[in-house]
Ligand binder design. Structure first.
Ligand code: SF4
Length: 336
């Protein structure tokens, strides 16, 4: 990013991500392993998160969005770049200091079935972070806090002794939310939290997350694989393709005025509630597969699938730049 450090308009910056890279080594050999390349899962991200906002991070599976969330929380140590949270450089923080920071940053996982230990009661699951971070002075304090958390997420506090299999998918995701809230975080990475849920339940979980955001002044990075999901909850949206953010804008601006052909293709797949408009909707079908992140294309990373690619797109990489009023895009078409 070459321009303003605050890519987001106004507000207090909670999280600053600069040139974030997460490369995984590709090795060969049976007895002696040697590195023959690297998978560039995340390849130079720049963005800020403003206190109290929701940034939607959208892209096809394998584009690096979940890895981004994990690299921010230092669950994967980034290969390069900077992650500053509440003014603290997390990439240089470790041990007890990092553990202390982790209290402020939590994650809600995609699969509420897989992310809860089936052998633990709901009380133990929700109370575990309190033990890890040594919060709560007594057993009674802890039990009271667990009950309070269950109530906050809309579950009956008398469920504390039940096991995850006794709950529906939506209820299990509420348990996951309660666990994330246990340590009073200010920032939560929501990693596709509704993808595994029935459509009828999805809106309830989104509404819960929005209510909690208002009540507890939370900031979210909300990861999703399509643009229909993030529209309602996001203030701004970043679109990711092959390890890079290709477009970032305020929500309405992105939907009404996309400035990158990949965003246009994703938007064309979003159903429109108006039947007349829906009947005229033309899908942009992208040819080919997402390239291998171990050998991304030269030039623009979208060039191999872009319906508007020009000669220069195969040689030069477009800069991710402000194309007007905090709307960022990486495409040569914005230069004309
Ligand atoms: Fe398509 Fe070229 Fe724009 Fe890349 S720079 S998105 S290939 S038009």
């Amino acid at each position: 990013m070459s321009e303003s450090a605050n890519m987001n308009g106004s507000g207090e910056v909670l999280l600053e991500v600069r040139d974030l890279k997460m490369h995984f080594p590709v090795t060969r050999g049976i007895l002696i392993q040697r590195q023959v390349g690297s998978i560039r899962a995340v390849d130079g991200l720049d963005f800020d998160l403003i206190k109290g906002e929701t940034l939607g991070l959208v892209g096809e599976s394998g584009c690096g969005k979940s890895t981004t969330g994990r690299a921010i929380l230092q669950l994967h140590r980034p290969t390069a770049g900077s992650v500053r949270f509440e003014g603290v450089e997390l990439t240089e923080t470790s041990g007890p200091d990092l553990r202390q920071m982790r209290r402020r940053m939590q994650m809600i996982f995609q699969d509420p079935y897989a992310s809860l230990n089936p052998r633990m009661t709901v009380g133990s699951i929700v109370g575990e972070p309190l033990d890890v971070h040594q919060l709560g002075n007594s057993k009674t304090d802890r039990q009271e806090r667990v009950r309070e958390l269950l109530e906050i997420v809309g579950l009956n506090p008398y469920f504390v002794n039940r096991y995850p299999h006794e709950f529906s998918g939506g209820q299990r995701q509420r348990i996951g939310v309660a666990r994330a809230l246990a340590v009073n975080p200010s920032f939560i990475v929501c990693d596709e939290p509704i993808s595994a849920l029935d459509v009828s339940i999805q809106a309830q979980v989104i509404n819960l997350l929005e209510d909690l955001q208002r009540e507890l002044q939370l900031t979210y990075l909300f990861i999703a694989h399509d643009l229909s999901v993030v529209r309602h909850i996001s203030d701004r949206i970043a679109v990711m393709y092959l390890g890079k953010i290709v477009e970032l804008a305020e929500r309405t601006e992105l939907y009404e005025n996309p400035r990158h052909p990949y965003t246009e293709a994703l938007l064309s797949a979003v159903p429109v509630p108006d039947p007349v408009v829906e009947a005229k909707r033309q899908r942009i079908i992208l040819e080919g597969d997402v390239p291998n992140p171990a050998s991304p294309p030269t030039g623009c990373n979208f060039s191999t699938r872009c319906p508007k690619a020009m000669d220069r797109c195969f040689q030069e990489e477009p800069e991710f730049r402000d194309v007007g009023d905090g709307h960022y895009a990486a495409c040569f078409l914005n230069e004309e």
